[in-house]
Write a protein that binds this ligand. Structure first.
Ligand SMILES: [Zn+2]
Length: 317
């Protein structure tokens, strides 16, 4: 009898990795997290919201997607999970009869890049930071040390950059602005000047607590610098589409920045006193924010965030 190895799709692995990461953060030390059930993508519906004259937000499962439409074709921000690509492309056909020409990835996580290969095969040219492409090309080994499957070449961004890039289409100036070492080390802020829209990816979220992905080069310091730079660019009418959560504005950015600073300033003295990470997490320093952060203690995972802040402050001493 011949055995055939079944190779799980990259998107599924990415989805599981996202779930495993959140599961492990909630698991007490020393206990192996239970294997998460894969999400049922067949049940996901794509919701389209008009944000400006020729700009839309798509929600499904994973990161928020931005879509600029017009006579020059479609420009999109992020791709969610691979099993959703057909539904996402169908939703875009409802708002544009133009070709999808370009996509930018705000950062490498699978809930933002999982569909890249499918869209590349539809002829979409994908842009990203150099760092993002390098990390996607060299996925880290699995928990048991087994090498991770390499992505197909088509799954990797075709155009990469280190400095800012401007794309001129549909009467819009689309600015791709590198944001160093924030949520990850490959983040991009996408600014649509005419539509007056900012898309920061996951260094800003209006759902749950921040996530500093230190394993992928993210830092607390860079996240605060990125938020401050984004606040500088936001005007009174700017629509801010976060990586996850509802569309918000400059005041939403500022409140989020202020919360991060406040929590950092509560963690710092405990680090100075030599407390352990477990002691600092157990102090429940976010308690007064838990009710105010949408998705707060239930899905927002304050313990993960406090642990990340602790790790950075401890390392900086
Ligand atoms: Zn992310």
């Amino acid at each position: 009898m011949r055995m055939t190895a079944i190779r799980p799709s990259r998107a599924l692995l990415a989805a599981l990795a996202v779930m495993a990461a959140s599961a492990s953060a909630q698991t007490p030390a020393g206990q192996a997290p239970a294997a998460p059930a894969p999400p049922d993508f067949s049940k996901v519906e794509i919701k389209t919201t008009k944000i400006a004259a020729n700009f839309y937000e798509l929600e499904g499962q994973g990161g928020n997607i931005g879509v600029l439409v017009g006579p020059d074709g479609v420009f999109m921000v992020d791709s969610q999970f691979a099993p959703l690509s057909e539904k996402i492309a169908a939703a875009i056909r409802q708002i544009s009869d133009g070709r999808i020409r370009y996509m930018v990835n705000t950062h490498l996580h699978g809930d933002h890049t999982g569909g890249d290969e499918n869209f590349a095969k539809m002829g979409v040219t994908i842009f990203s930071r150099d760092e993002l492409r390098a990390r996607l090309a060299q996925p880290p080994p699995g928990p048991n040390g087994a090498p991770a499957p390499r992505p197909a070449p088509a799954a990797l961004p075709m155009v990469t950059y280190r400095g800012p890039v401007t794309i001129h289409m549909n009467g819009e100036d689309v600015h791709l602005i590198p944001v160093p070492v924030a949520h990850t080390d490959g983040d991009t802020l996408v600014r649509f000047q005419v539509a007056d829209v900012l898309m920061p990816g996951d260094y800003f979220r209006s759902l749950g607590y921040p996530n500093i992905d230190r394993n992928n080069g993210g830092t607390l310091k860079g996240m605060l610098e990125g938020l401050n730079a984004t606040i500088e660019l936001a005007g009174p009418n700017t629509k801010v589409i976060p990586g996850h959560g509802a569309v918000t504005d400059r005041a939403g950015l500022m409140a989020h920045r202020d919360m991060i600073v406040a929590i950092r300033d509560r963690v710092a003295p405990l680090v100075q006193q030599g407390k352990t990470q477990q002691e600092v997490v157990a102090a429940k320093l976010t308690a007064d924010y838990d009710a105010r952060v949408p998705g707060g203690a239930a899905t927002g995972n304050p313990d993960r965030f406090v642990g990340q802040v602790y790790a950075e402050l401890k390392g900086a001493r």
